[in-house]
Design a protein around this ligand. Structure first.
Ligand code: SF4
Length: 247
């Protein structure tokens, strides 16, 4: 990296860096955003948090093209569909990914807070906190930035998603923020990527089995997630200070 770039990076504060990156890359291709992020901005400091869900193969393939050794965090909630676990292995093999890290909740906390694995029925926010939010923080230690697969067409709060953002002390990179549903489908076909087996059964967005149903509204791909509840996100992308206190 040229000395002038290193000096610039040291002198920038978070807001300046976000402005520079969004100005430079907000309309760039996902490939360009990933190359700049992995090889220039956060060399050795970047990870991708993947659910290995309905659209995850797109980002995983794009990452594999740049660096198949990039650390990838999979939050092993213990509540995934068996099809998701099989699909994860298939993608690892197919794309040559070498650094997928399974991150389970603390067993001590799980036994104390949800010994029967039924917390999702009574308090899904607490269940997500136990199984996703809390395990992620230690898994992200040592990384200054993480990649997410969120897209604006998912709707809700995601409709105003920037390509680069900063929350809870880390940068987030959203290379697919600008992508449409059609872009995703086209990329699957062009790369001949395997589909998650549940997509063919009407699941366009896939999380844990107790909280995922086939989409109720074909125009809202997340309408099968926590269907019928006042909940649309697991909490990973809600600022620490704005999350409900659940424990
Ligand atoms: Fe629990 Fe459902 Fe959240 Fe999974 S998605 S952690 S089962 S509440």
């Amino acid at each position: 990296m040229p000395y002038s770039d290193i000096k610039l990076r040291i002198e920038e504060d978070v807001d300046q860096r976000l402005t520079r990156l969004n100005d430079e890359l907000r309309d760039a291709s996902a490939q360009t955003i990933l190359r700049a992020s992995i090889l220039r901005e956060w060399l050795g400091e970047l990870t991708y948090v993947s659910s290995f869900g309905a659209e995850s193969a797109v980002m995983l393939a794009l990452i594999a093209d740049v660096d198949p050794d990039l650390p990838i965090i999979f939050l092993e909630t213990g509540m995934h569909f068996p099809q998701t676990l099989d699909y994860k292995e298939e993608l690892i093999e197919r794309l040559g990914l070498t650094n997928v890290r399974e991150t389970p909740p603390s067993e001590e906390e799980r036994l104390a807070l949800d010994p029967k694995n039924t917390l999702w029925k009574t308090d899904p926010d607490a269940c997500c906190e136990l199984r996703k939010v809390r395990p992620l923080e230690p898994a992200l230690r040592g990384f200054n930035a993480w990649i997410t697969g969120r897209k604006r067409f998912h709707g809700g709060a995601r409709m105003s998603l920037p390509v680069f953002e900063h929350a809870d002390g880390r940068f987030k990179v959203n290379p697919l923020a600008n992508w449409t549903q059609e872009d995703v489908q086209t990329y699957f076909k062009r790369r001949e990527l395997p589909r998650h087996p549940l997509v063919a059964q009407g699941y366009p967005s896939i999380g844990c089995w107790p909280c995922t149903k086939p989409a109720e509204d074909p125009n809202d791909i997340r309408s099968g997630r926590w269907a019928g509840q006042d909940k649309s996100e697991c909490g990973l992308h809600i600022d620490k200070n704005e999350r409900p206190r659940v424990f």
